[in-house]
Write a protein that binds this ligand. Structure first.
Ligand code: CA
Length: 222
């Protein structure tokens, strides 16, 4: 999952970025509104964390512009003050959630998970696909009652496929949602990761969950 943070408080942006990366998310940061708007319009983000008070272009203007442009990416607004008006106008302008600064990182994570699963029809932090169970809060993965150990990147890829289960996901899509803008898209790294995950969750089971769509990409299907 790829997250864009638009936040001009560099220390806050950087600590959130570090924390999110440790959780396996791919993170882009914009330190002003102009970069934030450009990246919101051009990077394939799964969530945008948008500070309201930003230099050059403020967060509310960015939100209105991207919604007007038809971009439906979930937006979590950061408000400096706990003012009702900020929240109301943010939600009315198309924000999906808001968080008042200062906040606990754990709460930000929980709100991100809730936003990511909102469009997937999953109501709790547990995703079940056949006998595969993925706990998106603890990152525990179980198949057939056995706990499966995955690296952070392997987990991130599996979770992205689980949230988008039954959908064909091309290599470019997978790469874009798992790596930041500096990554070489021509690399076959996705195939390498898919093979590793396959060895861990499908090997030894008659029913395979990861399907290769020849010449196109992959699908997780129960
Ligand atoms: Ca700010």
């Amino acid at each position: 999952m790829r997250i864009l943070i638009a936040e001009d408080e560099k220390s806050l942006a950087d600590i959130v970025k570090k924390g999110l990366k440790e959780e396996g998310y791919t993170v882009d940061v914009a330190y002003n509104g102009e970069d934030g708007l450009f990246m919101a319009e051009n990077e394939p983000s799964d969530i945008i964390i948008l500070d309201i008070m930003l230099p050059v272009i403020d967060g509310m203007t960015i939100l209105k512009k991207i919604r007007k442009a038809g971009i439906k990416t979930p937006v979590l607004m950061l408000t400096a003050k706990d003012t009702v008006m900020d929240k109301v106008s943010g939600l009315d302008s198309g924000a999906d959630d808001y968080l008042t600064k200062p906040f606990f990182f754990e709460e930000l994570l929980a709100r991100i998970r809730a936003l990511l699963r909102r469009n997937s029809g999953v109501k709790t932090s547990i995703i079940e696909i056949g006998d595969l169970i993925i706990d998106t809060a603890s990152h525990e993965v179980i198949r057939g009652g056995r706990v499966i150990s995955l690296s952070a990147k392997e987990y991130a890829l599996l979770e992205y496929m689980a949230i988008n289960r039954n959908k064909m996901l091309g290599r470019t899509t997978l790469t874009e949602h798992l790596y930041d803008q500096d990554f070489d898209l021509d690399s076959n790294v996705i195939d390498v990761f898919i093979n590793r995950i396959r060895n861990k969750i499908d090997r030894g089971f008659d029913k395979k969950l990861i399907h290769t769509i020849r010449g196109a990409g992959y699908m997780l299907k129960g």
